[in-house]
Design a protein around this ligand. Structure first.
Ligand code: FES
Ligand code: FES
Length: 212
């Protein structure tokens, strides 16, 4: 015979169990395994990334972000960790040609993807045009945000070239212009505490003009 208190507990347990099952049923197997496991017990996954043109094999805890995989496991420390919460853009890299905040995504979700970091855009001897423009226009001071700014800037010009509109595009069906207004809007996810914004826009404008 159950006491009322026991009945209450059992009903609560049932509800918790049902909710947990519903949540677990909606997420991929690997993530489910991680969720079900104790957070103290790492679940390892083997995966591959093509980073800056080189195929890299990794064995990672499924909780590892792409940012930590790049910095801590592959030694590519050019990509910076600013906030680790998707708020500053310092961790921006290109994945299959599109910019993302690498702190906001788990590495295993990118198994097989192509990743380009600041190290892959150019070298000190052969800089990418955007890297060169940042130097020529003083697009940085301390430089901490700069790898993310440059990766983002490269992707922004590709987005404009591909005709992808932004919130400030006057015509959503036409080709957006590589204007200062467009660039400022599209770069708004990349924060610079040194305030190098106007020089960054000048660098981007220079690259866009040379391409045109
Ligand atoms: Fe990723 Fe700040 S470190 S957005
Ligand atoms: Fe220092 Fe941007 S150059 S934070």
């Amino acid at each position: 015979m159950h006491t009322p208190q026991q009945l209450t507990l059992n009903r609560r347990d049932l509800m918790v169990g049902t909710a947990a099952y519903a949540i677990l049923a909606g997420i991929p197997d690997m993530a489910r395994a991680q969720t079900a496991a104790s957070t103290d017990v790492p679940v390892l996954v083997q995966m591959a990334l093509t980073v800056n043109g080189e195929r890299r094999l990794l064995e990672l805890d499924t909780r590892t972000t792409l940012l930590d995989a790049l910095r801590e496991h592959l030694g590519l420390t050019g990509t910076k960790k600013g906030c680790d919460h998707g708020q500053c853009g310092a961790c921006t890299v290109l994945v299959d040609g599109r910019r993302i905040n690498s702190c906001l995504t788990l590495a295993w979700m990118h198994d097989g993807d192509e990743v380009t970091t600041i190290e892959g855009l150019g070298t000190p001897e052969a800089m990418h045009p955007m890297q060169l423009a940042f130097v020529e226009h003083d697009g940085f001071q301390c430089g901490y945000c700069t790898p993310g700014q440059i990766c983002s800037a490269v992707a922004v010009l590709e987005e404009i070239k591909a005709g992808i509109p932004s919130h400030v595009s006057a015509d959503l069906t036409g080709m957006p212009e590589a204007s200062s207004r467009e660039m400022r809007e599209r770069m708004s996810g990349n924060i610079c505490r040194c305030g190098a914004y106007s020089n960054i826009v000048e660098a981007m404008t220079d690259v866009a003009r040379r391409r045109a």
